[in-house]
Design a protein around this ligand. Structure first.
Ligand code: CDP
Ligand code: CDP
Length: 194
């Protein structure tokens, strides 16, 4: 049985950083599922058709990390048919041997409810805005507005809203360095049998 690790949490909480480090540590594959929604949003046109026809090249665009791409992603991510079109790919990825780490919003609740370890990564709004502003070279107040708007939309949507799975371990990284957060996650994965 492959070892699946599900990581969810709000924007810029540190999920991707932790997911990448876990995958590298345990020799697992990593899928940033947010990139799928960002690619669908960036393609333009009919989002359902874009999701159904998503190709590897769509994920390689260099503008997918921007705040505008994040906003477009969160709009298309509320469309049930868009989410449905992306489920099989994510589940196949999660089933790869010897293991996989997926990070997003609904991994522990919808995509991989049987994951061996579920983490829900958070940090205060201000700290997340500061980190994302540093990363993108953007204005902190503007990032705070952007993250809050996206989080509210992601948490309020009817289909696969952002929320911790009941059996998720909460990891608040507000006061942690990246190394501390990663060490906690590796420790949790070891205890779960990785
Ligand atoms: O994947 P997600 O949007 O949740 O966040 P990320 O891209 O992993 O992290 C957002 C930014 O915060 C990156 O620039 C990280 O290097 C930084 N970060 C940090 O400063 N301290 C942490 N404990 C975790 C992430
Ligand atoms: O890195 P950050 O947390 O800012 O965003 P992301 O993980 O790249 O996700 C971008 C957007 O895609 C989110 O705001 C969600 O609306 C959507 N998303 C989702 O609905 N479900 C997922 N599993 C992953 C992302």
């Amino acid at each position: 049985m492959p070892f699946t690790i599900a990581i969810d949490g709000p924007a810029a909480s540190g999920k991707g950083t932790i997911a990448r480090a876990l995958a590298q540590h345990f020799g697992f594959a990593h899928l940033d599922t947010g990139l799928l929604y960002r690619a669908v949003g960036a393609k333009g046109g009919d989002p359902v058709a874009a999701a159904r026809g998503l190709a590897p090249g769509d994920l390689a665009r260099d503008d997918l990390r921007s705040a505008a791409a994040g906003q477009a992603a969160s709009r298309v991510a509320a469309i049930p048919e868009v989410r449905a079109a992306l489920v099989d790919f994510q589940r196949r990825f999660a089933g790869g041997e010897p293991g996989a780490v997926l990070d997003g919003r609904d991994i522990g609740t919808v995509i991989c409810p049987e994951a061996r370890l579920k983490l829900y990564v958070t940090a205060s709004d201000q700290i997340r805005a500061r980190r994302r502003a540093l990363e993108l070279g953007a204005d902190e107040a503007e990032m705070l507005r952007e993250l809050r708007e996206r989080d509210a939309r992601d948490a309020a949507r009817d289909v696969a809203p952002m929320r911790p799975a009941e059996d998720a371990l909460l990891l608040d990284t507000s006061e942690m360095t990246i190394d501390e957060a990663v060490a906690r996650a590796i420790d949790a994965a070891r205890r779960a049998g990785a």
